[in-house]
Design a protein around this ligand. Structure first.
Ligand SMILES: Cc1ncc(COP(=O)(O)O)c(C=O)c1O
Length: 349
């Protein structure tokens, strides 16, 4: 029962996580950086967790996920990976880079979405990294598993042995990705102790897995911090339930007696704008503000929307003057190059 739960120390949680197979891909720990200029501007104490600095092909949160998801390739007889997302996917960029490091070929099935085959940003990087890419029509990310299954059968017929990575749509992948972010919470726990503070809020732009890992780690470590997820997409599925499910699977995998329910999850989809992958005016303003104050470049699809939410939560009084806020910068900056028009041609900016 949660009420009887005794939090674990960082080292106790590390010991549990270390039992789960992992392959080293990321440069860890990433810095937790106090941001003095934007803190002054916003009247809070803002710390940025620099997960854009995980190191693999421009970095990002997905490198942490892949350390656990791709551990299988060390023992089983795979010769390639197959995965998919949108055509400007940060996940796919990091997955192909990880596969290259592990001497595996890569196959990507990408939804056309907003940017399609535009040879810029992440799409250009798949090309440089040498992935085999199929682009399918449509925008609905929830169609990806269907396309992946079709491609998987074709690869098997051609004698390949692919590791099929469903990412956010796979039960095991989401659990492992969640575990990787419980591990990131251990890093932050130690960094907060070193820097002598405890966060009042943690903001993370998340579809599902990264927020689930933050929730899981924070609860296991007994933080009082309010975790706020900001969505980059309008889902058909009940995403709070899905996040709670990932937390529960993660707790089970770590042999920890914690239960999560959807009412424990704060997840806001008011900052998506028109649709997934479309930049927003407030997001681009937030991107410019952080770049101007701190030299940090957010991305147009995820983190700029998360940072716009953070600013709006200050305006609404949910984050109060002087409070300590961690912004989880999950990376994605290579996508800015595919969004040059939205960033520069908007007359109101
Ligand atoms: C930059 C960035 N931030 C956040 C996310 C969301 O992560 P998750 O799907 O684990 O919730 C993604 C996912 O692709 C991403 O690329």
């Amino acid at each position: 029962m949660n009420s009887n739960f005794t939090p674990l120390s960082a080292s106790e949680l590390v010991e549990k996580i270390s039992k789960i197979p992992k392959v080293d891909l990321a440069q860890l720990p990433t810095p937790l950086e106090f941001a003095p200029n934007i803190s002054k501007e916003l009247n809070i104490n803002l710390y940025v967790k620099r997960d854009d600095c995980t190191g693999l092909a421009f970095g990002g949160n997905k490198t942490r996920h892949l350390e656990f998801i791709m551990a299988k390739t060390l023992s089983d007889n795979y010769d390639c990976i197959l995965t998919g997302a949108s055509s400007q996917s940060n996940f796919c960029r990091q997955a192909v880079a990880a596969a290259n490091k592990l001497n595996l070929e890569s196959y990507l099935v990408l939804m056309h979405g907003v940017k399609g085959k535009l040879m810029q940003g992440n799409f250009l990087l798949y090309n440089i990294l040498g992935a085999n890419v199929d682009v399918v029509e449509g925008e609905d990310l929830e169609q990806i598993p269907k396309h992946l299954d079709k491609k998987y059968n074709q690869l098997i017929e051609n004698g390949k042995k692919p590791l099929l990575i469903y990412g956010g749509f796979g039960k095991e992948d989401t659990t492992l990705a969640g575990i990787s972010y419980a591990n990131a919470m251990v890093e932050i726990d130690l960094q907060m102790k070193e820097q002598n503070f405890l966060a009042d809020h943690l903001f993370v732009t998340a579809a599902n897995m990264t927020q689930a890992g933050c929730e899981l780690g924070a609860k296991i470590l007994g933080w009082p911090t309010r975790i706020q997820g900001v969505s980059p997409v309008y889902w058909e599925m009940d995403i709070k339930k899905d996040i709670a499910r990932i937390c529960n699977e993660g707790a089970k995998m770590l042999d920890i007696n914690l239960t999560f329910t959807d009412d424990m999850i704060n997840h806001d989809n008011n900052y998506v704008g028109k649709k997934y992958g479309a930049a927003t005016e407030d997001g681009i303003k937030a991107m410019r503000l952080l770049a101007n104050k701190e030299g940090i470049i957010l991305d147009p699809v995820y983190t700029s929307k998360g940072f716009a939410a953070l600013i709006n939560y200050i305006e609404k009084g949910i984050i109060k003057k002087g409070e300590k806020v961690i912004f989880m910068f999950t990376g994605g900056s290579p996508a800015v190059f595919a969004y040059n028009e939205e960033i520069t041609n908007n007359p109101s900016l």
